[in-house]
Design a protein around this ligand. Structure first.
Ligand SMILES: Cc1ncc(COP(=O)(O)O)c(C=O)c1O
Length: 428
């Protein structure tokens, strides 16, 4: 099969092919990607997340040290000494697993502490914690919304939110577009029992920030609630890294604050913070919470400490933002299209799938670990290279990536030749 003529979406459903046949057809697609050296999935690391990473090369089997620019571990808390010690002592004290579901024996004081801490961190009355951010969003929404309700979603919200809305009515509004949102809100006004507007604080593929202040005002004006997914905002934006509500001085005005513990917090799991009635309801009606074993004590211990580090060590966020500013200014002066990105996520939007694949391959060969992203993860014609930065990237790491991107950008006709003279001065 010629993989250039297909996208992942083509194998979601194939008429008359049963599940085994469908998987076998998909296999011939991935075989072709491998042959073209475009298979940049599941690269295997030998030492975990950090500004550089030892990776087993898919094609030669050799171990290479790469500059790792695909992690959401924005503050490098996965390896922060305080976080490691806290996780280790929770592991030794409570054991490797929780042993049961939270309602029936799996709840430990370390889980209660984490719930309390995350609620306070997000300025809410209470919080529920899940073992994944995906499960947190999807199970919460499945528990809350039914056929009498409507979920009004920004078109770019995360897949976990879309899946969670499968039992309710869904309307999408154009990304970050307030007029489009208002049109839907005004039509939905008297038709549904619950109206819930759901947005991401920072968008995972675009790195831009939702205008949450205006969204909350508009939604409340039309009697709708607001839920914000803080996956890529926590630790990164807001004066104390508390995320989008803090960034817009909206603490306690957002009805439901969702988030994951796997990105800025550096571990794993997810949470929902809200008023205590809603949280208690979720503890009994959210099936992914009720029927799933509680978070490992080690993760809970690490996370309690990670939350303290985020607030007590603002220098980590300062370093991250120094990197963001430097990288952004240089990419823009080189002439790359970054859309509306303004946080640690940089989409190099190209739109030509073949160029994105080739660019991904060449960057990989040059030791720069980034992610090529295609439809259906992003809209058709907006395929891109997604880069994410961490606090611990040094100027050398950033310059190595900028130099590689400059050379390849010019070779592939993504940036204009004329921009070259202007940037030489900026990069110094
Ligand atoms: C915006 C957003 N929400 C939720 C999730 C799910 O989080 P987790 O990876 O912790 O399951 C992700 C992660 O990929 C995400 O980007």
């Amino acid at each position: 099969m010629d993989s250039t003529k297909h996208s992942l979406k083509d194998f979601l459903y194939i008429p008359d092919a049963d599940i085994m046949e469908r998987a076998s057809i998909f296999q011939s697609y991935t075989n072709d990607i491998r042959e073209k050296h475009h298979y940049q999935y599941r690269r295997v690391s030998l030492n975990g997340s950090g500004p550089t990473m030892e990776v087993i090369d898919h094609y030669t089997g050799k171990v290479r040290e790469m500059i790792y620019m695909a992690s959401n571990d924005y503050l490098n808390l996965t390896r922060h000494p305080r976080v490691l010690v806290a996780g280790q002592s929770a592991l030794l004290k409570y054991g490797a697993g929780a042993g049961s579901v939270p309602l029936l024996g799996g709840t430990m004081d370390i889980h209660c502490q984490l719930e309390k801490d995350v609620a306070a961190f997000k300025g809410c009355e209470d919080a529920i914690i899940y073992t994944s951010g995906f499960g947190s969003n999807s199970n919460t929404l499945l528990a809350l919304l039914s056929k009498q309700d409507i979920a009004i979603l920004d078109q770019y919200v995360h897949a976990s939110i879309v899946d969670g809305c499968s039992k309710t009515n869904i309307r999408y509004f154009r990304h970050n577009n307030l007029e489009a949102l208002e049109r839907i809100l005004s039509k939905a006004q008297d038709e549904y029992v619950t109206k819930l507007v759901i947005v991401d604080g920072v968008y995972s593929m675009d790195g831009d920030i939702a205008p949450l202040d205006k969204i909350v005002e508009l939604a409340h004006q039309y009697g709708a609630y607001v839920m914000v997914d803080e996956a890529h905002a926590t630790g990164v934006i807001g004066e104390n890294g508390r995320g989008t509500p803090e960034h817009f001085h909206l603490e306690s005005k957002v009805d439901i604050v969702a988030g994951t513990f796997s990105k800025g917090f550096g571990a794993v799991g997810g949470f929902i913070a809200s008023n205590s009635n809603l949280i208690e309801y979720l503890r009994f009606y959210s099936r992914g919470y009720m029927f799933s074993t509680a978070m490992t004590p080690q993760a809970a211990g690490s996370l309690c400490e990670a939350m303290k580090v985020i607030v007590e060590e603002p220098e980590l966020r300062d370093k991250l933002w120094d990197n963001i500013r430097y990288f952004r200014e240089n990419l823009l002066s080189l002439g790359f299209n970054l859309g509306q990105a303004e946080t640690a996520i940089f989409p190099i939007i190209i739109g030509d799938d073949w160029k994105v694949k080739e660019l991904g391959r060449r960057l990989d060969e040059m030791g720069i670990y980034v992610n090529p992203v295609f439809y259906p993860a992003v809209s058709r014609n907006l395929s891109r290279i997604r880069i994410s930065l961490m606090a611990e990237h040094t100027r050398e790491h950033l310059d190595a990536a900028l130099n590689a991107l400059e050379d390849l950008g010019r070779e592939f006709g993504i940036i204009k030749e004329a921009a070259k003279q202007d940037i030489a001065a900026t990069i110094k």
